[in-house]
Structure formats: structure tokens, C-alpha cells
Design a protein around this ligand. Structure first.
Ligand SMILES: *Cc1c(COP(=O)(O)O)cnc(C)c1O
Length: 386
């Protein structure tokens, strides 16, 4: 077999953690509500090609992605009976491709609706679409006042089936947005009535992301679009505390699916009174043992973690010292005995009793869980573990 060099670090995806998170989500929603696994952003950095088949194995049958190329990767990597919904905008070629592959997609404006009408006429196939409405986030979606015009265009075309009607909430993870979210829900419910009065269409209704599932459980309607929870994270601390206060006996209901690991490539002892790495950001007050790890900002390890980050080596938490370089960083391992080249380094995950969560990692760098995960490069090798 031909030799293929691998990345200097690897990501492990835990199947048992994913199973636990999926059960948590299923238990949090009504029985008839569909759980759609949101896999945008390369499955929040987990790697769509490895994550999607695993989620399918764990029983997920509905996936939401952002773009046509993500839907393409999903089709390539998961063979079976499931639905795909694209939430982002599509050009005419992508619309045609989606319809030909029975992929559902959002229609957020008249441009996309008109393109879709043209395509279905040309290929004489039915498009299953989700009408996205603007309810107060002021991002994408039709104003509700366009309702009549939308329906009449769709009815004329005959080849468009309204599979869903949806909106997105503008920050349901924070109680500070309560009024704004409640207004959005109210608008959506009025819209829902308009559809129910039509009778000629029986769409599903969906508005809830992870935070809304936990904070607005009465308003999950027919489907939830859940991202971050399935990967084992609460959307933010506030949502975790809210959940914990309601379920005090359920201390850690979610389990982190991802771990990120590498190996030490160099160790050495530096005399007291020297600088480590570029410039003068780290000075050795005492004789210091250091270890070099082949991870840097080119691999998604934020440069803001210079002199801030933590890693696990030999079961202990050690500091990142000096600046994070493009491809390397340095750890202070003075207090560890027997550290040697090839020792495992954990950047996210567990080693013995210690753990580094993405959250603790991102508090240091002011990056949200979401952002840090989504930035993990696609070419780091991923593997499934139990
Ligand atoms: C990202 C996204 C979600 C999922 O958000 P989470 O907070 O990760 O659950 C749901 N709906 C839409 C439209 C999204 O873009």
C-alpha cells in the first residue's frame, strides 16, 4: 500500500458520547418532533464525512446543512434512508442538483423562489422546500406580508411542495433576549395559523435550535434543528445553568464527542534567565523543562492562547508558554518527570483524571465553543473511538 503522511495531530470522535447526547436531545423533545442534526461548518469541526455516518448509525435520520457542497459530502458519506435540508442560499445549478437528489432546501426570498419555479418547469420534478420567514432576527427570510404572493406563485407552479415553514430565533440562549424571542414566537404562531387555514398545504413548522429546545420547549413544533447539543456542549453557560436548576440531579447530561491530541516532538531544559521562542514574551525565572508540540495557529490553535493555553501531558495540566507559532508551540513541563518525545498531548479532551474542555479553552481566548470547533482544520485526521 502506498505510504500517506498524516497530520501532526488527530481528532477522536466518541461514539458513546454521541449516543448519550442524542438520547438527551430525544428526551428533551416531544415524541413526534423530528430531531434534525445540524452539520454545517464541517459538522462543527468534527468532520462531516466521519461524523454523519456515525450519527446515522446512532439513529439520526434528518440532517441540516448550510450549503450544497455539504449536502454533497453527506450523500457521498451516508448511504441509507434519511432526509437532507439545506438552510443556506442556492444558485440555480445547485437548486437543480438538490431537486434531482430529493434534497429539501430553504427558500428565503423571491429570487430563490423564482429560480426554483424555473428549474421545476424545466426538469418537471417536484421540489420540496422550506419557506423561511423573517420574524425579527433581520437576517434572511420573507416578510410575513408576502404570504399571499408566495402562496399564489407556488400554487401556480404546481411542482413545489411546501415541506416546511420556518424561522430562526435571534439569541434564545440568553434571557436578556427574552422579549425579542417571545415576539418572534408570537409572529410565527400567527403565520402558522395562516398556513393552517389554507388546508391545501400541510407543512411542518420549525424554529428551534439547541438553546430553544431547552429554554422554549413549548415552541419546538414539528422539528428541531439541533447543532451544538449533539456534540456535547451547551450553547452557553447560561443555558447550562438554566438546565441544571431545572434538573439538579442531572449533573453532566452531555458528553463531549471530540478530543484533539498530538505528540511531543522535542524536549529540552532551558537555563534560568533565558527567553523561550520568538521575542521576549516568556522569560525563565528558574531552570525550565520545555516540550515542543507540532500544533500552531495553522491548525486552529489560536495565537491568543500564547502564554494562556493549557494542555494535558502524563495526566497533568501544563501551561503553554511563549507565543503560539504557525506550526508549533511550547509547554512548560518542569514539574513532570520522565517526559519524552512521543508522549501524548491532549489539547481538548481527557487524560487520566484531568480534562480540558473546549469551554475552558475558549474562555481563555474569548472564542465561543462554536467558533473554536468550526475553525478546526478539515485536514486533521479524524477517527472514531468508543
Ligand atoms: C446553526 C443553526 C442551527 C443550530 O444551532 P445550535 O445552536 O448549534 O443548535 C439551527 N438553525 C439554523 C438556521 C442554524 O443556522
Amino acid at each position: 500500500m502506498q505510504y500517506k503522511p498524516e497530520s501532526t495531530s488527530w481528532i477522536e470522535i466518541s461514539k458513546s458520547a454521541l449516543q448519550q447526547n442524542i438520547s438527551f436531545i430525544q428526551n428533551a423533545i416531544p415524541k413526534n418532533t423530528v430531531f434534525s442534526a445540524v452539520l454545517k461548518g464541517n459538522a462543527y469541526g468534527h468532520g462531516i464525512e466521519i461524523y454523519a455516518p456515525l450519527a446515522y448509525e446512532c439513529g439520526v435520520r434528518h440532517f441540516s446543512v448550510f450549503s450544497a457542497d455539504e449536502a454533497y459530502k453527506l450523500l457521498e458519506s451516508v448511504h441509507g434512508d434519511y432526509k437532507i435540508m439545506i438552510m443556506g442560499s442556492l444558485n440555480q445549478d445547485e437548486i437543480r442538483w438538490a431537486i434531482e437528489h430529493q434534497i429539501e432546501f430553504y427558500i428565503p426570498n423571491f429570487e430563490t423562489l423564482e429560480s426554483t419555479i424555473k428549474v421545476v418547469q424545466k426538469i418537471n420534478l417536484t421540489a420540496k422546500i422550506h419557506l423561511e420567514f423573517e420574524t425579527g432576527m433581520n437576517r434572511t427570510g420573507f416578510p410575513i406580508s408576502d404570504f399571499k404572493r408566495i402562496i399564489s406563485m407556488i400554487e401556480q407552479s404546481k411542482l413545489i411542495e411546501i415541506e416546511g415553514v420556518c424561522t430562526h430565533l435571534a439569541g434564545s440562549e440568553s434571557i436578556a433576549n427574552y422579549k425579542r424571542i417571545k415576539d418572534q414566537i408570537q409572529k410565527f404562531q400567527k403565520l402558522k395559523k395562516k398556513f393552517e387555514n389554507l388546508e391545501s398545504h400541510t407543512p411542518t413548522f420549525h424554529i428551534a435550535c439547541s438553546a430553544a429546545v431547552l429554554r422554549y420547549p413549548k415552541y419546538v413544533f414539528d422539528m428541531v434543528r439541533v447543532g451544538i447539543l449533539q456534540y456535547g456542549f451547551f450553547p452557553n453557560n447560561e443555558t447550562y445553568i438554566h438546565h441544571y436548576l431545572k434538573n439538579p440531579d442531572q449533573k453532566n447530561p452531555l458528553k463531549r464527542v471530540i478530543s484533539w491530541k498530538s505528540k511531543i516532538i522535542e524536549t529540552k531544559t532551558v537555563k534560568a534567565g533565558e527567553f523561550v521562542g520568538y521575542g521576549m514574551s516568556y522569560y525563565t525565572n528558574i531552570q525550565t523543562k520545555i516540550a515542543i508540540v507540532p500544533i500552531g495557529y495553522a491548525y486552529g490553535y489560536n495565537r491568543n492562547l500564547s502564554n494562556q493555553g493549557k494542555a494535558l501531558v502524563r495526566g497533568l495540566k501544563v501551561d503553554v508558554i511563549g507565543t503560539v507559532n504557525m506550526n508549533m508551540m511550547t509547554l512548560d513541563v518542569t514539574h513532570l518527570t520522565d517526559v519524552k518525545i512521543g508522549d501524548e498531548v491532549v489539547l481538548i479532551g481527557e487524560q487520566d483524571e484531568q480534562s480540558i474542555s473546549v469551554a475552558s479553552f475558549s474562555e481563555n481566548s474569548n472564542q465561543l465553543n462554536y467558533e473554536l470547533l468550526a475553525r478546526l482544520p478539515k485536514d486533521i485526521k479524524r477517527k472514531v473511538v468508543d
